[in-house]
Design a protein around this ligand. Sequence first.
Ligand code: F6R
Length: 241
Amino acid sequence: MRILSAKDYEQMSRKAADILSAQIILKPDSVLGLATGSSPVGTYQLLIDRYRRGELDFSRCRTVNLDEYVGLDDSSDQSYAYFMRKNLFDQINIDPANTHIPSGINPDTDGECSRYDALIRSLGGIDLQLLGIGNNGHIGFNEPDDCFAKGTHQIRLAEATIQANKRFFAKEEDVPRFAYTMGIRDIMQAGRVLMIASGARKAAIVKEAFFGPVTPRVPASILQLHKDFTLVADEAALSAL
Ligand code: F6R
């Protein structure tokens, strides 16, 4: 486990963008596991800037996103598919056919989960997985549980997650209660894992996840066992250490 400290959100984003850029330059057909939420927006903007300056080429990259809300189709502006198009895909030269996100509207739950796991396998696995961390320690939407879920699965969002994510919706009732998420096995099998964390509201969970016991009650804690895990966090997120 490597911890890189950054002054603030901007510097955290720069360090994360440097790691992602190096991955893309060294392996142009990389399979990138991507996240949504507030944490990666600055990182994605820097990748867009570097693409516009001719420093990055996404034409051979493949991407798999961590998660999607159940019930939202990809045209809904609250869907993670929409978020990814707006914050990254529409602004770089990635082939949309090479971008993958679980389908929030597939009524066949088991079919969607096995389709997504088979897809990750068919791409040869994930080279670099980008993650944020939930206030309750979730990664993707792997919520605190009694055991670590393995593959892609449908999950009922924890109350803490609904509370944290309601800021993206007009009202709390609009937050979907279920989501599809990659499992812990999918994440742990990635060649490299890069987590970004910013702000004082992440300080307690960063300490618990990476300086406490490995337990499914704090899903991110399993990353302590990953062979190539880097946390890039700003001073506020590291302030409890
Ligand atoms: C998003 C995801 C979530 C977020 C986490 C942190 O695809 O999988 O695990 O990374 O909820 O969200 P932010 O970055 O908004 O604090």
